[in-house]
Design a protein around this ligand. Structure first.
Ligand code: ATP
Length: 268
């Protein structure tokens, strides 16, 4: 097992976040939002659209600050972005004018943490793992959606982060490609046990990947339910046909449905 399994623990306490906008009413997104992310585990965060999932992800990575509360990673306060916390966004992060290889080695070379030979060696290893060896000299515009997502994962992992935060990384992919990406990702996670926070609005994807699902709810939002996903690992799509999967799905649906009804009632 990789040593990262022992790192990346997050303790999140009492987060409050408002967005202040010129000439418009401020938006109160998070209130008293507290939870723990266990090291070496894959935690999925779900919630209705606009409840503040991306806001939470930005705070965990130090891109924005909460108005109140704190995030500790391995006991240290998170106050700014750092290369030990990597975020993979919904939108592509590949530079279109660079080849796949140039994109993947860009981070370590820019920070002068690694020599070019070492960065190239690591990049080749990651590209092989993601089935992209033959595409290393192609430009992002020459890749399919799934290939771009895999190249972005390689681009993120080359920095050896302690924590990976993925914000709906497979949104917009067609169903088959999305399933393939889920398989790639679960294999990668089970091999590395890199502490992961994975945001998704797809319940099947959430249960297939997760060790635990945190459901956000309320207005402003907080974590309203934590569900253990005690399905066996290594995990294959066969788990989706088990009685335990259906039990977890039913429990999650009840909470998500309740939250969505509450949101609609408030909007009326
Ligand atoms: N920079 C900003 N300035 C003002 N309001 C913002 C800003 N970013 C987000 N918001 C508002 O904060 C709320 C939460 O947004 P956020 O993107 O975090 O939610 P989300 O759950 O990730 O949404 P989705 O599921 O649709 O991606 C929304 O009402 C959004 O309009």
């Amino acid at each position: 097992m990789n040593t990262t399994a022992l790192k990346g623990e997050l303790t999140v306490t009492g987060l409050r976040k408002w967005y202040h906008r010129r000439d418009q009413a401020p938006v109160h997104v998070l209130e008293d939002c507290s939870f723990r992310i266990e090291p070496g585990k894959l935690t999925v965060v779900m919630g209705t659209s606009g409840c503040g999932k991306s806001t939470l992800a930005y705070i965990l990575c130090g891109y924005i600050s909460p108005d109140e509360g704190q995030v500790l990673m391995d006991g240290q306060p998170v106050k700014e972005p750092g290369s030990d916390r990597i975020m993979v966004f919904q939108e592509t992060a590949l530079w279109p004018w660079m080849t796949v290889m140039e994109n993947v080695v860009f981070g370590p070379l820019a920070k002068s943490r690694t020599g070019r030979d070492e960065a190239t060696r690591k990049a080749l290893e990651l590209l092989r793992k993601f089935g992209l060896s033959e595409f290393k000299d192609k430009y992002p515009g020459q890749l399919s959606g799934g290939m771009k997502r895999r190249a972005e994962l390689a681009q993120a992992l080359i920095n050896s982060p302690k924590l990976m935060v993925l914000d709906e990384p497979f949104r917009g992919l067609d169903v088959m490609t999305r399933e393939l990406m889920q398989e790639y990702y679960i294999k990668l996670f089970e091999e590395t046990r890199l502490t992961t926070v994975f945001i998704t609005s797809e319940l099947e994807e959430a249960i297939f990947l997760a060790d635990r699902i945190l459901i956000m709810g309320g207005t402003p939002s907080r974590i309203v339910r934590s569900l253990e996903v005690d399905l066996p690992r290594p995990r294959t799509f066969d788990v989706l046909a088990t009685a335990r999967y259906l039990e977890i799905k039913k429990e999650a649906l009840e909470v998500l449905y309740g939250e969505s009804m509450e949101q609609q009632a408030m909007a009326c």
